[in-house]
Design a protein around this ligand. Structure first.
Ligand SMILES: Cc1cc2nc3c(=O)[nH]c(=O)nc-3n(C[C@H](O)[C@H](O)[C@H](O)COP(=O)(O)OP(=O)(O)OC[C@H]3O[C@@H](n4cnc5c(N)ncnc54)[C@H](O)[C@@H]3O)c2cc1C
Length: 404
């Protein structure tokens, strides 16, 4: 009989764990409720925080990630991302005017690397959240543009059909272009606006369906792609759709709900789900459990104070036989009375706190009762908060959880 692996969380770590466990032959159930960091993502997929690349060491590690066959297989199966670009990394433009490398990216983002030395038009449209002139100036002044001789020029394009389109949410504006006629009109408008440019850089507007961008590109005369998305924009929406499609293809059972308790029961695990809308609590049994519940940003770890003025500290919002840690120090099972001081630890503590684990994602203090419990992604203490770091941890834990 195959093992039953329950993955808690459907961000990139939980998705990778489900992918690996399903491919290893396990019966997989994913439980998740609200959007986590992956569903809010920018579209850039890094292994290490990209802005720590002072020594070149990060680029070397990034290159290793690109050669990880299982990571490549996972991203290919998701079908919404490209690994790298022209070696060693792709180069992307962010929504805040920065040009930077990325190990991997949402396919809709423009890979600038092959456009080095060319003329890139930045679509100037009347959206309140988009300033093409300022962005073009910032991209053009970047070290990469100056080094490669690449130019960025704002070019007016009439894309908005109604006055309210200038201020609807970025998600809603992107969704308009999933309509094939509207997507085609976007490509036609770009073709007509500046026939002699080498590429078009647009905002995160190319649909919330992962396949929309290919249809628009097929009609455009030159390479065309997005900047990164701001929080809760098109890139995160496309990740969620690609993930849901992958779960269906893999035969993964998906339960929407909040896990309130994970407890060892004999040689297996029992998970309690918070009561659903009908008031009925659920229960799931598992041979192994992967906790991919995210960090503070996603609500997978919370900072609470229960008495007025008395900080209680970091807590997991569900019960499980694991310990939270910050900078190698255990924070105790249920949070100490005063908790760590953010004044001394700094706000970066919010990104370092997590479940104490060994290198294989097994909770520290593991004993016989904890066999078969794994942690992956932002839920792990002291790991870089990145999409590819989370995916690699998910793949590793999914494989081991399925193997027994
Ligand atoms: C503002 C911001 C910008 C970022 N920029 C980048 C970037 O440019 N490049 C990069 O590589 N990374 C970036 N990151 C980091 C990256 O997004 C995260 O490292 C990654 O998404 C973590 O994935 P995860 O699967 O571990 O967690 P998440 O994606 O947060 O997923 C957690 C999941 O757990 C579920 N969950 C939690 N508790 C429960 C429960 N009790 N019951 C059921 N389900 C539960 C949630 O519903 C969710 O599905 C950024 C993060 C933020 C917040």
């Amino acid at each position: 009989m195959s093992r039953r692996v329950v993955v808690v969380g459907a961000g990139i770590a939980g998705s990778a764990a489900a992918f690996a466990a399903a491919r290893a032959g396990a019966e997989v159930v994913v439980v998740h409720d609200r959007a986590g960091a992956s569903a809010l993502c920018s579209g850039a997929l890094d292994l290490e925080a990209w802005d720590t690349d002072a020594s070149g060491e990060v680029a070397a590690r990034a290159q290793r990630a690109l050669t990880d066959a299982e990571l490549a297989a996972f991203l290919t199966a998701l079908g919404a991302h490209r690994l790298g670009g022209t070696a060693p990394n792709g180069v992307i433009a962010t929504a805040s005017g920065v040009v930077r490398p990325a190990c991997a990216a949402d396919r809709a983002l423009l890979d600038l690397a092959p456009l080095a030395g060319r003329r890139v038009a930045v679509a100037d449209i009347e959206r309140d959240d988009w300033d093409a002139s300022l962005l073009a100036k910032a991209f053009g002044a970047s070290a990469w543009a100056e080094h490669t001789g690449t130019t960025f020029t704002p070019v007016f394009v009439r894309l908005l059909r109604t006055g309210y389109e200038r201020r609807i949410a970025p998600y809603d504006f992107a969704e308009l272009h999933d309509d094939p006629a509207r997507g085609a009109a976007l490509a036609d408008a770009l073709n007509a606006a500046a026939p002699d440019v080498d590429a078009w850089l647009v905002g995160p507007w190319l649909g919330i369906q992962p396949d929309t961008v290919a249809a628009i590109r097929a009609r455009a005369r030159v390479p065309l792609g997005e900047t990164t998305s701001l929080l809760a924009g098109a890139a995160g929406a496309r990740f969620e759709r690609a993930r849901d499609r992958l779960f269906t293809e893999l035969g993964v059972e998906v339960r929407r709900g909040r896990v309130g308790r994970v407890a060892a029961r004999d040689a297996s695990w029992a998970l309690e789900l918070a009561p659903d809308s009908d008031g009925a609590p659920g229960e799931l049994a598992a041979s192994a459990v992967v906790l991919a519940t995210g960090g503070v940003g996603a609500g997978g770890i919370v900072f609470t104070w229960r008495l007025p003025g008395v900080v209680r500290g970091f807590e997991l919002p569900f019960a499980a036989p694991v310990t939270l840690a910050l900078d190698g120090e255990s924070l105790g099972g249920g949070g100490s009375l005063y908790g760590p001081s953010l004044e001394t630890k700094g706000l970066g503590a919010l990104e370092r706190v997590g479940i104490a684990c060994d290198a294989l994602g097994r909770p520290v203090g593991k004993n016989a009762a904890q066999m078969g419990l794994f942690v992956a992604g932002d839920a792990v203490a002291g790991r870089p908060r990145t999409m590819l770091g989370a995916a690699l941890a998910g793949l590793a834990s999914g494989n081991v959880a399925a193997g027994g």
